[in-house]
Design a protein around this ligand. Sequence first.
Ligand SMILES: [Ca+2]
Ligand SMILES: [Ca+2]
Length: 148
Amino acid sequence: MNKKKIIAGLVSAVTAFSALGVISANANATKFKKFVKPYFGDVIRYDLTMDQVRIVYKGHRPSETYRRGDVNGDGQLNVTDIVKISAAIREKTTLNPKELCRADVNGDKYINEADFFILSDKITGVSNFNEPYWHSINTADVKLAIFE
Ligand SMILES: [Ca+2]
Ligand SMILES: [Ca+2]
């Protein structure tokens, strides 16, 4: 996928997201206060490093390492991963345990629009995961609470 296509895809994802009112959710915070406890299967925890996420499982199952933000686990960071986060937030789909760990790009144990924007910025080269997050996010807008 070339950069133009990625950006075009991102623009359409962001447009779709805006159309559904998720981006402007600050004005409608109460609308997004529903918490969903996702199914985490055998996952005990996940640890973020600069560009990776390590998923730790119960028992003797070895831990696994993926690229941070690679929601679908194909080794690439692209618009497909953004769309999966967007769809999960809008409850168009659910994420499986591994996808949840890979989707929480800021490591705050929630999947929400912060992850969407941070991953968008990373993919388009606007910023890296370690840079301060500059979008205004109302944490009341959380959709998926993890490990609560
Ligand atoms: Ca991917
Ligand atoms: Ca998050």
